[in-house]
Design a binder for this molecule. Structure first.
Ligand code: P6P
Length: 336
C-alpha cells in the first residue's frame, strides 16, 4: 500500500516543488482544515450532543439558524482570527465583515465561508458541508473595508469545501487542479485520497429542485423537458435526477462522477437573481468546478467573471459537466 500523504505534507511539497502556495496561504488552509475537523466532530455527535435543532434566531438571509450553523461559524472565526494570516472574514451567518481583532496580527488574505451549507439536512442525518473562498487583500493595508471583499471569483487565491457525509472529505484548489483528502479519524488527519480530479465532459444526470418547475424561465423548462424526454427525445439518451438539497453534497457527486447542478432564477421573487450566494457558494464552487475541467455560469456569463456589488448577493447557478452546462447556458443566452 502506497505511503499515505497528509494535508500538511501535500501543502509543503506543493510549496517547495511548485511555489504555488505562499506560507501564509499554507497556514490558512491548514487552519481551515483543522476547523473543519472540529465541525465534523460536532456534526457527528447528532442527537448525542446538544447540536441539533433550531437556534431560534435568524441570519442575515432571514433564515432560521440551526444550532450547528452557529457552532460552525464560531469554530471558523475562533480558529482563524489569531494566526496572522488573515485581515478579515465574512460569513453567510454574519451581516457584516469580521475584521481580525487588533490584539492579533493582520495577514494578507480574506476568508469567506458558508460555515454549514445544507442546514435543512442537519436534523435528518443527510450530508452537509462547509464552503470557503480565499481572496487576497488589495495593497492598501490598514483597516479592511467591506469593498475589499467585492472581487470577482477569478481572483480567488484558493477555494474548498468539506463534506460531512459517510466520510469527511476536504476538497481544495489553489488554481493548480483539484485534490481530495479524506479524514482518517484514527490518525486525526486529512489524507490525500484523490489528486487531479476531472469532471467528465458529458453526463446523464441532472440535479435541480423539480418542485419549482412551474416558476422557471422558458429556457430552463426547455432544457429539463428535453432531459425528461430521454432517448425518444432530441437528446437521444435517458437522464437520471438527483437533488440532495445540500449544494456541497450535490457538487461533490458531480466532481466524482459528472453531472449538472442547477439553481436557476424563478418568478417567485423576480428581483432575486437566484437563491444561492455568489461570494461564498457560487464563486468557490465555480473555481473548484473549473479547475476540475467543468463549467460554471449564471445562465448568461461565467460565474467567476461576475463583478460583485454586495457581500450577500445571490446568483443563478449552473455548473458541472462542460458540454451539459454549455448547452443549458446556450439555451438561456438564445432566449435573452
Ligand atoms: P431548496 C441549502 O439551503 C442551499 O443553500 C444549498 O445547499 C442547496 O443546494 C439549496 O439551498 C437547496 O434549496 O430550495 O431545494 O431547499
Amino acid at each position: 500500500m502506497s505511503k499515505s500523504i497528509s494535508l500538511t505534507q501535500y501543502l509543503l511539497e506543493q510549496q517547495r516543488l511548485h511555489d504555488n502556495i505562499p506560507a501564509q496561504l499554507r497556514l490558512l488552509l491548514e487552519v481551515v482544515a483543522r476547523a473543519c475537523k472540529r465541525i465534523s466532530i460536532s456534526v457527528n455527535k447528532g442527537a448525542l450532543g446538544d447540536v441539533l435543532g433550531s437556534a431560534h434566531s435568524e441570519n442575515v438571509q432571514g433564515e432560521i439558524q440551526k444550532k450547528l450553523d452557529i457552532i460552525a461559524n464560531e469554530v471558523l472565526i475562533e480558529a482563524n482570527e489569531w494566526g496572522g494570516h488573515l485581515a478579515a472574514m465574512a460569513s453567510e451567518e454574519m451581516e457584516d465583515i469580521y475584521p481580525v481583532p487588533n490584539r492579533f496580527p493582520q495577514g494578507e488574505y480574506l476568508l469567506l465561508f458558508d460555515p454549514l451549507d445544507g442546514s435543512s439536512n442537519i436534523d435528518v442525518n443527510v450530508s452537509i458541508g462547509t464552503i470557503f473562498s480565499v481572496l487576497r487583500r488589495d495593497e492598501s493595508g490598514g483597516t479592511v473595508s467591506p469593498a475589499e471583499f467585492l472581487q470577482p471569483g477569478r481572483q480567488q487565491a484558493a477555494a474548498g469545501y468539506c463534506v460531512y457525509g459517510p466520510q469527511t472529505t476536504l476538497v481544495l484548489t489553489v488554481g493548480a487542479g483539484v485534490v481530495m483528502f479524506t479524514l482518517d479519524r484514527e490518525q486525526g488527519s486529512f489524507v490525500l485520497t484523490q489528486d487531479k480530479v476531472q469532471i467528465p465532459e458529458d453526463t446523464q444526470e441532472f440535479a435541480i429542485n423539480m418542485s419549482n418547475m412551474r416558476h422557471w424561465a422558458p429556457p430552463m423548462k426547455r432544457y429539463i423537458d428535453e432531459c425528461l424526454a430521454g432517448k425518444d427525445g432530441v437528446r437521444g439518451k435517458n437522464f437520471n435526477m438527483r437533488w440532495i438539497a445540500s449544494m456541497v453534497a450535490d457538487v461533490h457527486r458531480i466532481l466524482c462522477r459528472g453531472g449538472v447542478f442547477i439553481y436557476p432564477w424563478d418568478q417567485r421573487e423576480p428581483e432575486k437573481a437566484g437563491k444561492l450566494r455568489l461570494m461564498y457558494e457560487a464563486n468557490p464552487m465555480g473555481f473548484i468546478v473549473e479547475q476540475a475541467g467543468g463549467v460554471a455560469t449564471n445562465g448568461q456569463q461565467r460565474i467567476l467573471d461576475i463583478a460583485p456589488d454586495a457581500l450577500h448577493q445571490r446568483v443563478s447557478v449552473m455548473l458541472g459537466s462542460k458540454n451539459e452546462v454549455e448547452r443549458v447556458t446556450r439555451y438561456h443566452q438564445e432566449a435573452h
